[in-house]
Design a protein around this ligand. Structure first.
Ligand SMILES: Nc1ncnc2c1ncn2[C@@H]1O[C@H](COP(=O)(O)OP(=O)(O)O)[C@@H](O)[C@H]1O
Ligand SMILES: [Mg+2]
Length: 565
C-alpha cells in the first residue's frame, strides 16, 4: 500500500498546511484520514478536446456542495492545472492517477485500511474519464453515489440501449454494430445512405464520419482500420435535422429539466462544436413537450440519480434520441448560469439523499427565462498546425463563449463577437459553396450585400449568384488556375471573411482544406457551415447594434439595471 505525502508548498521554511497529497511508496504517512462523513469526487483529468473545463467546473461545484452539506469533500484528480485542484476547492485533494487501483488505494487509506468501510465516490461530474472508471470501482465494491453501474452500462452498451429505448417506445436512428466490411455494406444498404460511421466506445465523435456512398464507406473502413480492435463499428442512418440537447436532474421520482438547447447547425456537427441557443427559440411547443416527456421517461426508467444528458434530433417531424449520457455534460455550466438552477449543487444533494421536492424544486420543465443565451464554440485552430477547420461529427473546439441578451439576434451578435468571428464593416467576404448549398447561399449573399459587404466568389458560386441577381464584385479562380486565385485573396487579405462549405465532390476537398487553413492562419473569420453563416448574417442584420449590457442575473428578471457602459 502506498502512503500519502503532503505537497510542501512552503519549501520547509514554514509548516505547510495545504490539503494536497500525493501517493508514494515510503514509510511515513502524512495524511491522517479525515473524520467522516466524507465523499470523494473523481475529477476530469487533463483538459483536452472533448473533455474541457466544463467538467472541472462540475467537480468544483460538487465539492462545494458536499462541504456546505457538512460532508468533507475529497477531490481526486491528476491534473494540477485546474480549479478543482486549487487549495481551497475541496477539503482534501489527492493528486493521483484516475485509474481504479489508485482511487481504491486512496479510499482504503481514508477508511483506515478497512476495505469494507470505503467512503463513497461520485463519478458523474468528471466527464467520460470519471464514468470510465465506474465499472472497475463498482466491481471492487466501492460505493458509488448516483446513477448505478447497471444504468451506466445500459446507456453505453449499444445493444442494451437499443432494447431499452424500444421498450419505452422512443425512436432512435436505425443502425447496427457490425464486425466486418460485408456486414457494414449490407447494413448501409438496408438503412440507406447517408450513414454515420464510427468505432464504438469513442468520445468526442472521434474518427466519426458522415458517408454518402458505398465507395466512401469502403474506403473509411479500410483506411481507418476500424475493425482492428475487434470491437464493433457502429453504422447509423444519418438524420438531417435540428439537433437538441437536454440536461436533467433526477431524484428517482421526479425529473427536473432546467432547459432545452437547440443547435444552430444541423445534426452532423458535433454538439461540442455547434452554436446552440437557450431556449430552443424556434422549436414548436409540441416538440418541447415530447422532449420533456422522453427525458423524464428515460431518466426514470434508467433509475438515474443526479444529472443526465440526452441528445436528440428532430427529423421530418419526429424526435429521435441520438445519445444518453448518464452524467454531467458539457452544457451544465452554461445552463446553470442561464436558468439560475444550480444544477450540480441540486444533483449533489440528491446523491446525498435529498429529493428535488425537499430542495424546493419539482419535476418538469423549469420556467423559461426572459433571456436568450447563445453558446459559441471557440477553436484553437491557429495553434493546431495543419488541422482542417471544417466541422463535422468529430469534435474540434477547445472552449466556448456565451452571449446573453433579450433577443436571439442580440445574443447571437454577442456570441460571435466573443468567439472572435468578426467581419470588419464593409469588408469583402469570400463565398465558395458546395453545390448542395448554393440555393440557400443566395439568401445569405443578399444579406451580406445588404450589410455592405462586397461578395468575392469562386467561379461556380459566382455564376450561381449572378444568375440569381446577386452582385458579385470579384470572381476568383480555383487554386493555381489563374490570378487572383482563391488562396491569394485570402493570403493578401483582400477578403476579411470566408464562407466555405465543403462539398462531397472529392475534387474540391483539397482546395477547401487549403482555403480554410489559409483563413485561419491569417486570422480571418472562417465559417464552414451554412447554418452558422446564416446565423451570423442574421445577427449582423438584427442584433449587432442593439445589444444591451447587463449583469447576468438581471437578464433572468425582467428588470433592467442602468447600463454599465
Ligand atoms: N444518426 C445521426 N444523424 C445525424 N447526426 C448524428 C447522428 N448521430 C450522431 N450525430 C451527430 O454526431 C455528433 C456526435 O455524436 P454523439 O452520438 O453525440 O457522440 P459523442 O459521444 O461524441 O457525443 C452529434 O452531436 C450529432 O451532431
Ligand atoms: Mg454527444
Amino acid at each position: 500500500m502506498p502512503v500519502h505525502k503532503l505537497v510542501d508548498t512552503c519549501a520547509a521554511e514554514f509548516a505547510a498546511e495545504t490539503p494536497y497529497f500525493y501517493a508514494t511508496y515510503e514509510d511515513e504517512d502524512e495524511a491522517p484520514p479525515l473524520a467522516p462523513p466524507k465523499v470523494a469526487v473523481v475529477g476530469a483529468g487533463p483538459i483536452r478536446i472533448g473533455q474541457g473545463i466544463e467538467f472541472d467546473y462540475c467537480s468544483v461545484k460538487a465539492a462545494q456542495a458536499l462541504h456546505r452539506s457538512g460532508v468533507a469533500a475529497i477531490m481526486l484528480n491528476n491534473n494540477p492545472e485546474t480549479v478543482s485542484t486549487d487549495f481551497d476547492a475541496s477539503d482534501r485533494l489527492y493528486v493521483v492517477p484516475l485509474d481504479a487501483e489508485s482511487i481504491i488505494d486512496v479510499l482504503a487509506h481514508e477508511a483506515g485500511g478497512r476495505l469494507d468501510a470505503l467512503p463513497p465516490v461520485i463519478v458523474q461530474f468528471g466527464g467520460q474519464t470519471a464514468i470510465n472508471v465506474a465499472a472497475d470501482l463498482a466491481a471492487a465494491g466501492v460505493p458509488i453515489l448516483g446513477t448505478d453501474q447497471e444504468a451506466i452500462d445500459i446507456a453505453e452498451d449499444r445493444r442494451r440501449f437499443e432494447r431499452f429505448l424500444r421498450e419505452l417506445g422512443i425512436p432512435q436512428p436505425p443502425g447496427a454494430g457490425v464486425l466486418s466490411l460485408e456486414e457494414a455494406l449490407a447494413t448501409a444498404e438496408r438503412i440507406g445512405y447517408p450513414v454515420l460511421v464510427r468505432p464504438s466506445y469513442v468520445l468526442g465523435g472521434r474518427a466519426m464520419e458522415v458517408v454518402y456512398r458505398r465507395e466512401q464507406l469502403e474506403r473509411y473502413l479500410v483506411t481507418s482500420g476500424a475493425f482492428a480492435s475487434g470491437r464493433p463499428v457502429l453504422i447509423d442512418k444519418y438524420l438531417d435535422g435540428i439537433e437538441l440537447e437536454v440536461d436533467a436532474i433526477c431524484d428517482g421520482r421526479e425529473v427536473l429539466v432546467p432547459g432545452i438547447m437547440q443547435h444552430i447547425e444541423r445534426a452532423g456537427v458535433h454538439s461540442g462544436d455547434s452554436f446552440a441557443v437557450y431556449p430552443a427559440v424556434e422549436l414548436p411547443h409540441e416538440h418541447v413537450e415530447t422532449l420533456v416527456r422522453y427525458t423524464t421517461e428515460i431518466a426514470l426508467a434508467l433509475g438515474a440519480r443526479g444529472l443526465i444528458n440526452i441528445q436528440f434530433v428532430l427529423h421530418e417531424g419526429t424526435v429521435y434520441v441520438l445519445e444518453v449520457n448518464p452524467r454531467a455534460s458539457r452544457t451544465v455550466p452554461f445552463l446553470s448560469k442561464v436558468t439560475g438552477v444550480p444544477m450540480v449543487e441540486v444533483a449533489t444533494r440528491i446523491l446525498l439523499g435529498q429529493t428535488l421536492a425537499e430542495q424546493g424544486y419539482r419535476g418538469g420543465l423549469w420556467p423559461r427565462q426572459p433571456l436568450v443565451a447563445v453558446k459559441a464554440p471557440v477553436f484553437s485552430m491557429a495553434k493546431l498546425h495543419g488541422v482542417d477547420v471544417q466541422l463535422g461529427p468529430e469534435m474540434k473546439s477547445t472552449g466556448e463563449a456565451m452571449g446573453v441578451d433579450r433577443t436571439f439576434e442580440a445574443a447571437l451578435a454577442k456570441a460571435f463577437l466573443a468567439a472572435g468571428l468578426v467581419i470588419p464593416p464593409g469588408a469583402p467576404v469570400l463565398l465558395s459553396l458546395a453545390n448542395e448549398d448554393k440555393p440557400a447561399g443566395v439568401e445569405l449573399a443578399r444579406g451580406l450585400v445588404a450589410l455592405g459587404h462586397p461578395i468575392v466568389a469562386t467561379e461556380g458560386t459566382a455564376n450561381y449568384l449572378r444568375a440569381h441577381h446577386v452582385p458579385v464584385e470579384l470572381t476568383v479562380a480555383h487554386i493555381g488556375h489563374g490570378h487572383p486565385d482563391v488562396l491569394e485573396v485570402i493570403l493578401d487579405r483582400t477578403v476579411r471573411g470566408v464562407i466555405n462549405t465543403p462539398g462531397r465532390d472529392e475534387g474540391t476537398i483539397q482546395d477547401g482544406f487549403l482555403i480554410r487553413r489559409a483563413a485561419v492562419e491569417r486570422g480571418i473569420a472562417c465559417l464552414t457551415s451554412l447554418d452558422t453563416a446564416r446565423a451570423l448574417v442574421r445577427a449582423l442584420l438584427g442584433g449587432g447594434a442593439s445589444y444591451t449590457v447587463q449583469p447576468l442575473p438581471a437578464y433572468r428578471t425582467r428588470e433592467t439595471v442602468p447600463a454599465l457602459v
